[in-house]
Design a protein around this ligand. Structure first.
Ligand code: CTP
Length: 414
């Protein structure tokens, strides 16, 4: 099972009149950089803020503004434009433009194109916080949502007018992420997914720990991909420097993401056990310490010429324990669907198959330890009950793209 995301290859970008129009220039740049084709339609008000030459240069295509534009062969820009694009995105969408959409106005090229479109519409509102909070705007946004328009943002923060609050257009990279998230198939809608990510830290004394090189990137990418697929995700994270993954749920999509921070393997186990009864899927990506110091010194250990012996004891294997766990959540019994990761430095298929059987889990994702820690790309091999002989090697790809492919695989198994 490999559901295809909604196409967003050719984006028709509408720019309306607001100071955030300057951010639309960066948005065009990022859309083009992501390999997409972009055509820009500007309202007359938008042209007061940014010149069409900017958008033409960044998109590499002519910019449209005039309903009576004669460039399309049939002279009907509003029809031609939507028929040759996959999705229409309005960013920024001003309060006035949202109101005009609600009433189905068609008195300029952009509103007429919206009415004539056959493709999905996404809007990224941008306005002063009072304008956003005004009941009229909130009514308009609710109506647009009910009409099937996907609303991205707005964000909260300092505004061009000097006030602070809701109404800011999201940053270009956030809009791009929201567009990507929106396009993902909702294969995990209604499912709860529990994910561990990152390293653990096992304390030796108040200032020293035993840890490992795990960056958390793969686990965070999977958390994001699961939320994009509509799941409610709990991300139990060891210490990382990563921001919490972008949750499309904040923008009217199904799916949500909650992060629980832990340090040690014992804390990770406790956090997982607190969530597992309600979870449908458990994905163990964390590089959990296999051993921890038997005791943690109360005070900092002083340097001694004789050297230092640290006595270690094994930690609990969280994945193996959850694979045997009998859930007591509403409508749930037996263990959740358990997926493990294995960082192997040699004989990836064979060691991975043995590890899968030892841990008692249906699916193990094995990767090369040398290539994965801290990297943005990853190459993995999927190992299930068919063992090493039936292992499937996926091509090397970015961790988010890989996470989305793994979500499709996992969704097909639940
Ligand atoms: N894991 C876990 N709890 C542990 C150790 C590992 O949940 N205490 C999980 C990891 O999150 C991963 C899988 O088990 O999904 C494999 O971990 P790995 O360390 O590669 O395997 P080990 O069983 O520890 O075997 P070894 O280190 O000998 O390769």
């Amino acid at each position: 099972m490999n559901p295809t995301p909604l196409p967003t290859q050719r984006v028709l970008l509408g720019v309306t009149g607001g100071i955030a129009a300057y951010k639309a220039a960066e948005l065009v740049r990022l859309l083009v950089k992501s390999g997409r084709e972009v055509t820009v339609v500007m309202t007359a008000a938008a042209r007061e803020f940014v010149g069409p030459a900017t958008f033409q240069a960044l998109s590499g295509h002519p910019v449209y503004s005039d309903l009576w534009d004669t460039r399309p062969d049939n002279g009907m820009a509003h029809i031609e434009l939507t028929r040759h694009h996959d999705a229409m995105l309005i960013a920024p969408a001003s309060a006035d433009f949202l109101a005009r959409l609600v009433h189905g106005r068609s008195d300029d090229l952009l509103t007429t194109t919206v009415l004539a479109r056959t493709i999905p519409l996404l809007v990224a509102p941008a306005m002063n916080l009072q304008m956003w909070q005004n009941p009229a705007t909130q009514r308009n946004v609710a109506t647009l949502r009910a009409d099937g328009v996907h609303v991205i943002g707005p964000g909260c923060g300092e505004q061009a007018c000097g006030e602070t609050g809701d109404g800011r257009m999201l940053e270009a990279h956030e809009i791009l992420a929201a567009l990507d998230a929106w396009a993902q198939p909702k294969t995990l809608r209604g499912k709860r997914v529990l994910i561990t990510a990152g390293p653990t830290q096992e304390a030796i004394d108040p200032v020293r720990v035993i840890t490992n090189h795990s960056s958390g990137k793969m686990g965070y990418a999977l958390a994001q991909a699961c939320a994009e697929a509509g799941a409610d995700v709990v991300l139990v994270s060891g210490p990382t420097h990563l921001p919490t993954p972008f949750a499309a749920a904040a923008h009217g999509e199904p799916g949500s993401l909650r992060r629980v921070d832990v340090l040690s393997a014992a804390q990770m186990l406790a956090a997982v056990e607190a969530e597992v009864d309600e979870s449908d899927i458990f994905i163990a990506v964390a590089a959990v310490a296999d051993y921890r110091p038997v005791t943690c010194a109360e005070q900092k250990i002083k340097k001694a010429d004789a050297g230092l012996d640290i006595h270690l004891e094994p930690t609990v294997d969280i994945l193996a324990r959850i694979a045997r766990h009998q859930r007591r959540g509403a409508g749930k019994s037996g263990p959740p669907l358990c997926v493990g990761f294995a960082a192997e430095s040699e004989n990836v298929e064979q060691y991975g198959a043995e590890k899968r059987a030892r841990k008692g889990i249906p699916l193990l994702i094995a990767n090369h330890a040398q290539s994965t820690f801290g990297a943005d790309d990853n190459q993995v091999t999927l190992i299930d009950e068919r063992g090493a002989a039936g292992a499937t090697r996926l091509p090397k790809m970015g961790k988010l793209a890989l996470a989305r492919a793994l979500v499709a695989e996992i969704a097909g198994r639940i």
